[in-house]
Design a protein around this ligand. Structure first.
Ligand SMILES: [Zn+2]
Length: 335
């Protein structure tokens, strides 16, 4: 899903091409895209673009007299820029917004059409769609700390919750937590004001660096907006060496999300419970990288020994330790 740096990249390029231009047409390939009944398309036509901005993960195109086009790309919505009147791409095409100098084409690669388009009229009327999270780039240490600690969740969950923090998803939360050297499953209620400050500094640094890098990279309209980028440190790099310490990057997979992290840099060497991994290893979940490597070697035996094991243990139990192979007995007991 496009996150703050990616959305800002689109905002920049759409603004460069459309600001001051009148909207001359809107074409739809999918009837499901538009979620509002009023204002009608004809009410938007021939109004010039005043500004293009970001609200959370949405793109807001403001037309004259407070008319707004608001788009949420969800997971696989993307933009292209074509010649004036360019054909809407076959399978993926959803809509086209026509301007005298070109057409903004809106596509969605997934068969599950989730992207959303809304039209609004009235000053700031589109703000009803704002999920309410604070803006990370303008947050103060105080507002950031208050937002994160209002409810108790893991940092990974809270950072990607749009009602808490705006514009951050799976990819950049991994990068930010790595930069801050914090565990993705640290609970926000244990966060001190100093730690929150460190996390906010990392948040601003990562998001600003990526936004500026993406915008300065090319003058061409961005065609390759992806959740994974080559220079990322941990996101999408499971099993590859950590760029800071060289240990393999770990991940936890849950539902359709995942957290990528370096155990040595972020969790004091502790591995976090992964459902698939813990199912394989049974209750005797390894607590360190060294142990994981040893466990992998004896995983087959462990599985045979505990075919009916329950998943996702929080810590090894003494009884499980006794039953495990000699490998387990070498472990330094952790308390
Ligand atoms: Zn590391």
């Amino acid at each position: 899903m496009p996150e703050l740096p990616d959305v800002e990249l689109y905002v920049e390029h759409i603004a460069r091409r459309t600001r001051g231009q009148p909207l001359t047409g809107v074409r739809f390939a999918s009837p499901f895209l538009l979620r509002t009944v009023t204002p009608a398309v004809k009410d938007l036509l021939n109004r010039k673009v005043v500004a293009v901005s970001r609200m959370a993960k949405r793109i807001v195109i403001e037309l004259e007299a407070h008319h707004y086009i608001v788009i949420h790309l969800m997971i696989s919505g993307r933009f292209r820029w074509g010649d004036p009147g360019a054909k809407i791409p076959g399978k993926l095409g959803m809509a086209a917004f026509d301007f005298p100098n070109g057409s903004l084409l809106f596509t969605e690669a997934s068969t599950q059409k989730r992207a959303q388009l809304h039209f609004f009229v009235g000053k700031d009327s589109y703000r009803t769609l704002d999920p309410g999270g604070i803006e990370p780039l303008t947050a103060t240490p105080k507002s950031f700390f208050e937002a994160l600690t209002r409810e108790s969740h893991t940092l990974k969950r809270s950072m990607t919750d749009p009602t808490i923090l705006s514009g951050i998803g799976n990819a950049y939360s991994d990068e930010i937590l790595f930069e801050a050297q914090m565990s993705p499953i640290k609970l926000t209620k244990t966060l001190t004001p100093d730690e929150a400050r460190t996390l906010l500094t990392a948040t601003k640094k990562i998001l600003t660096w990526w936004r500026d890098k993406l915008i300065s990279e090319s003058d061409a309209f961005p065609e390759k907006v992806t959740a994974f980028r080559e220079e990322m440190t941990v996101h999408g790099r499971f099993g590859k060496p950590c760029r800071r310490c060289g240990d393999p990057v770990q991940h936890i997979v849950y539902a359709s999300n995942e957290a990528n992290y370096c155990a040595r840099c972020q969790t004091e060497g502790r591995l976090l419970a992964d459902r698939s991994l813990s199912r394989l290893l049974g209750k005797d979940f390894p607590r360190s990288l060294e142990e994981l490597e040893l466990r992998k070697a004896s995983a087959r035996a462990v599985v045979e020994d505990r075919a009916d094991a329950v998943v996702v243990p929080k810590a090894p139990r003494p009884s499980a330790k006794k039953r495990a192979s000699s490998v387990a007995r070498k472990r330094t007991p952790s308390t």
